[in-house]
Structure formats: C-alpha cells, structure tokens
Design a protein around this ligand. Structure first.
Ligand code: C2O
Ligand code: CU
Length: 661
C-alpha cells in the first residue's frame, strides 16, 4: 500500500477508536452493560490495531507519525488502560448481576479515553509535524479539563448513571472526608490543567527562530562583505554574437477577447492572453520594461525556472518592491539557458496569475540550421480562467498542417495551480526536455499520459507520420491540438480514452550521465514537511498550508553559503499535491519514496510532491541571493506554504513585514 493509503487507513482507525470509546461510555451510562462490554472490547481492539497502522506508517518516515507516537498514543494508552482496569471488571460483573452498575469513576475513565482519542486525532489535523511543547500542553490540558467536567456531571448525586447500581460510590453516600478529598483533587486537577493549557497557549506566541542552517555553519558575521540583492543585477549588454531583445509589458485590468471571440475579464500584460511571447537566441540580452497601469495590488515579473541574477527575479519583498500603478521596473538578463520557460507576476500571485498575468519565455540554441528544417515548433501554455481553458492562445482544438516527416516540437507549459494530463494520439514521441533542461538520450514512448505539474514544462518531439496526430488535454476531445498532413481530410476517428493510459514516469527515462556534484556528500540538508495545520500567519491564527508546522512569513529562512551542495528532503503529510518550486536553481532529482532516479539526470524547478510522498533533491548553491522557495499551487502559497533560501552575506532592503507574495 502507498503511504497515502496508510495515512487514510490510520485516520479511519483513529476515528473508529474515538467512536468506540465514546460509545462504550454512553451505553454504560445508559445501563446497557452487555453492549458496553462488547464496545469496550472493540475499543481495545481498535486501539491495538492503531498501534499497527502507526507502526507501518512510521516505516515510511518519522514525519508521518511523530505526534502520534509522542503524544496521541501515550495519551490514549494511559487513559485506555485506566478505563479498562476500572470499567472492565465492573462490566463483566454486571453480566451476571444486572443490578450491579458502573461507578462514576469508571465511567469518567472510559469517556476520558474517548477524549484522549479525539485529542490525538485533532492534533494530527491541526498541528501535525513537528510536535511542539505548546501543542502537547494544550492537548493534555484539554483532555484533563474534559475529564474533570465529566466527573462533575456524572458525579452529581442526581446523575442517574452514578446512582443506578452502587450507591456506596456516589459522593452523597461517601463520608465527609472522602467528599472534601474529592473536591480538593478536582480543584487541584483543574489548576494543573489550566496552568498547562495557559503555558501551551503562551508558547504559541513565542517568536519562531529566524533561520535554520541544515547542519552547516551559521552566519559568518562581520568577516564577510555583505551584498544587497539590489546590486545583483544582470549585464547591460548582450554577449558577443547576441542581440538585445527589448519588450514592454504593461500590466492592466480589462477585458481581453481571445481568438474564439470570447471576452475574458482579465488582468494581463499588454492586453494579451497569454502576455507577449518572449523569445531569444542563446546569448541574447533580454530587456523587459514592466509598467503597471492599474493593478492595485502591484505587479512584478518573475522568470519561472530561469536562473537570473537575484535582483532580476521579480520576487516582491525579497528582490524588489512590487511595481505600483504608474510605476516601472526594468529587468535585464542574459539568455544563456536554452529551453522552455514562462513568466508571471509574483505579487499576490493568487489571484493575479490566474487572472492572466503570465506569458512564455523560450530560448533556442544558436544554430545555423535554416528555419525551414526546424519544422513546427509550438509553445503551448495551458491556462484556466473561470469558465474557459486556453492552450497556447486558443480555446478548443487548434489545427496545424504538417508535412509527413517534418519534425514537430510541442512545448507544454502548465501555468495553472493543478496538474494537467496530456496525451499524444497517433504517434510515438520523445520527451526531450523537462522544465527547460534537456534529457540525456530520451527514448520513444507512446500511449502514455503525461501528468504535467503546476508550473512545469515538458518538451515533446515527434516526426510527423502520414496520418493525423492529436495532442489531447485532460482527455477532453474538444481541447488540444490537431496536426494534419496536408490533404488528409475526412472525419475524425473517435479518440481513445486517454484518461487510463499509464502515466509516463521519469524515474528511469533516458540514460544516466555524469552530474556536477556528489549529492551524498551535501554541505547542508534541509527537511521540508508540508501539511495543513493551524498556524500563525502574520500574527493571526489561520488554518494554513504549512512548512514544518509554520506558515509564511513565520517559516525560518534556510541559510546557505555560495558553493554549498544543498539537499532537500520534501515530505508531504497532507492529502493534497504540492508542486515544489525553488527560485534561482534547478534541483537534481535523486529519489521519490526511496526509489532512485536511474535514467537521465533530471533537473526540475517544479516537482509534484503527491500526498504521502517523500522526495530527495539536491542543488549547488551557485547563484547568490535571497530566493523564494514555495508551493506552486498558488492558493497554497497564499495560505502560507512559502519560505526563503538566503545566502550568507546577501541582504535585502525590500523585506517587508506585510504579507507579500
Ligand atoms: Cu512560478 Cu515563485 O514562482
Ligand atoms: Cu501546495
């Protein structure tokens, strides 16, 4: 079973535990002793089964079970044991003599086990990993408080459950000293629980540490010269043979009419969806003047996957201030990375990107082959607006005439926050590049589904066959691209159901080749645990998308030094997919759930960490700056799933305490 299945199984068993413990208490209180006894047995069995699911999950990684092992199970174990010892013999006896009942103390113990089971489950969903003292104290205090309250309620002389069988156990029948001792215990317990709870709540407001070092050295301090990201800018002129490619991107609100005639209420660059296609030849200089006409929240341009100097990265609050209405910012960088990329605003990315502030960036090699021999080269960003999906700049299915034998390159770009499913019908093909970077000796594949992560890119290459070829998007026969040899007419053959084609896996695709560093000998190793939890966002509690239990801007920075080999372990504890994206560096994918990537070296800038998955990746810190490191499901990023990777010695004058994305 997959880790996700074990996670779900564990949730189900935990929920059953809550149900059986409470049901035991309720049936016992109602005097249904036979049923209560059976339920008590079930509660014990379920609790033991829980040990099994947690142990199996622990095998997948400590991150998945830490709060269960250190808090949930000990609480439940202790409460459950007391409940069994107090209530078990009484319930057994009650089978023989129905007149015998359950004393109040036993009933309280059973219900307390229920509270403990519930608390464990709530901690898993609201706090997760890592377990903090704050969480533990609050959870224990709440369980104690619930137990004390229950004791008050069922201990009352009028309470039928307590009076049912054994009057000698009701407080009214107890002697005056027993009564006051009981009262004293109740008050003392209440004070301790309140103290623990208050301490736990107080700890919530403690300032988090500002930085983690991943096992490497901390700040070098005054010995090292400091450089500001504002000074880490691109060159002013192109390389020897290159030319300058100048563009103006004016961001504005307003209706954009796409080729199908549909009007979209958008935010766009230059009134176009997507924004102007930026293309260049290797070595060119790209110079983009961003202007903001009327985007109230401000706007930037971030070059997704392009390893520009940090000052050109377009990350507000880190590398620049967002450009306000009427303002301007000029980006300049050398196009020395060949491949398929895209750009988008990084200010309030959600909802600004979804509304249309995106475009494509394609850099081709400097080669002497004539244009005609290069065949058809299509750049196909997919983007979803409220009620319409566009691929390239078109809605529906676009048709291209292609001569048989001609090479075709399809550059698929996912500009949405969720994965898309592409399929090529009618031809085999090769995936020649992922996230802009070429693969080594990629082989032919056919009839596979390509799941493209949010933010990711695949470049497909095929030789046009004699018959039609269809690129299908999300298995929707009305969406995609039709490639048609001239003169081939006739009706469309019905398209196959590509939804259940096997998923193309990069795990062993292509051939191995040398990589520039030894990832097993990393200088720093950071673990990034992704989850959904209650966390403080900007000083307010929120049900956030979290990194190590914290939400942006409270997630500690990751500190690196130039030249370090850095390793990330990215763990997804949640039930949603998180496309992880580090700015400024591609990462080398090492393994997924313990399985090594054994094909072509695979460099990605956005990799989908699905529920329950654990990814190992590494990179060389060779691009000094202050870089955002976040989930590219933009609503998740907005809800806190973001942190910064900071080079020692690099400072930013743009950091704001306000919530900037
Ligand atoms: Cu494409 Cu920080 O994002
Ligand atoms: Cu996410």
């Amino acid at each position: 079973m997959s880790t996700l299945q074990w996670i779900l199984m564990d949730h189900v068993v935990a929920l059953l535990g809550v149900a059986t413990w409470f049901a035991t208490g309720v049936t016992a209180a109602l005097g249904r002793h036979r049923i209560a006894l059976a339920l008590l047995g079930a509660a014990v069995l379920v609790t033991v089964a829980r040990l099994g699911t947690v142990a199996l999950l622990a095998d997948r990684g400590w991150w998945f079970v830490q709060e269960k092992v250190l808090l949930g199970l000990p609480m439940l174990g202790a409460a459950g044991l007391v409940a069994v010892l107090l209530a078990g013999p009484r319930l057994l006896a009650a089978r023989q003599s129905p007149a015998a009942g359950l004393p109040a103390g036993a009933l309280v113990a059973v219900l307390t086990a229920g509270f403990a089971a519930l608390a464990g489950l709530v901690v898993t969903f609201t706090a997760g990993y890592p377990l903090t003292w704050s969480t533990a104290l609050i959870a224990v205090a709440l369980v104690c408080a619930a137990a004390l309250l229950t004791a008050r309620v069922v201990g009352r002389p009028a309470a039928p459950a307590a009076e049912a069988g054994s009057p000698e156990h009701t407080p009214a029948a107890a002697g005056p000293t027993a009564l006051s001792r009981r009262r004293f215990l109740g008050v003392a317990g209440g004070v301790v629980a309140a103290g623990a709870g208050a301490t736990g709540v107080g700890l919530l407001f403690r300032d988090p540490e500002a930085m983690v070092t991943g096992g490497g050295p901390g700040h070098a301090g005054g010995t090292r010269p400091q450089v500001s990201v504002a000074d880490l800018r691109g060159p002013g002129a192109p390389a020897a043979r290159g030319t300058a490619r100048r563009h103006v991107l004016t961001a504005r609100t307003g209706t954009v009419t796409i080729p199908s005639g549909r009007a979209i209420d958008a935010w766009s660059y230059e009134g176009r969806l997507p924004g102007p296609a930026i293309t260049a030849t290797e070595g060119d200089l790209i110079e983009v003047t961003l202007r903001n006409a009327d985007i109230e929240d401000g706007v930037t341009v971030h070059w997704h996957g392009y390893d520009v100097p940090c000052g050109e990265d377009g990350a507000p609050g880190a590398t620049q201030h967002a450009v306000q209405p009427g303002g301007e910012f000029v980006y300049r960088f050398q196009a020395d990375q060949v491949g398929t990329y895209w750009y988008h605003t990084h200010q309030a990315s959600h909802p600004a990107v979804r509304k249309g502030l995106y475009g494509t960036l394609v850099v081709t090699p400097r080669e002497d082959r004539p244009e005609a021999e290069r065949g058809l080269d299509l750049t196909l960003p997919v983007h979803t607006f409220d009620d319409v999906v566009i691929l390239g700049d078109q809605e529906g299915r676009a048709v291209h005439d292609v001569r048989p034998g001609q090479p075709v390159r399809l550059r698929l770009i996912n500009t949405d926050s969720n994965p898309h499913w592409f399929a090529v019908v009618g031809s085999s093909f090769r995936v020649v590049a992922v996230d802009g970077r070429d693969l080594n000796q990629p082989g032919e594949v056919r009839e596979v589904g390509l799941r493209l992560p949010a933010g990711g890119r695949y470049d497909l290459v095929l030789a046009m066959p004699e018959a039609k070829v269809t690129l299908l998007l999300d298995n929707d026969s009305d969406q995609g691209i039709l490639l048609r040899p001239p003169g081939v007419g006739g009706g469309d053959r019905p398209l196959p159901d590509t939804a259940d084609w096997p998923e193309f896996d990069l795990l062993d695709y292509g051939e191995p080749a040398a990589v520039p560093f030894d990832a097993d000998d990393a200088d720093r190793h950071f673990t990034i645990v992704l989850d959904r939890a209650l966390a403080m966002v900007d000083g307010k509690p929120a049900y956030a998308q979290t990194v190590d239990g914290r939400a942006h801007p409270s997630v500690p920075d990751q500190l690196v030094r130039e030249g370090d080999v850095v390793r990330f372990t990215v763990v997804n504890r949640s039930l949603e997919t998180h496309p992880w994206h580090l700015h400024g560096h591609p990462v080398l994918i090492l393994s997924r759930d313990g399985r090594r990537y054994s094909g072509s070296p695979l460099w990605m800038d956005t990799f989908d960490v699905r529920p329950g998955e654990v990814w190992e990746v590494a990179f060389r810190a060779d691009n000094p700056g202050v870089w955002m490191n976040h989930c590219h499901n933009l609503p998740h990023q907005e809800q806190g799933m973001m942190l910064r990777l900071v080079y020692d010695g690099v400072t930013t004058p743009f950091a704001s305490t306000s919530h900037a994305h």
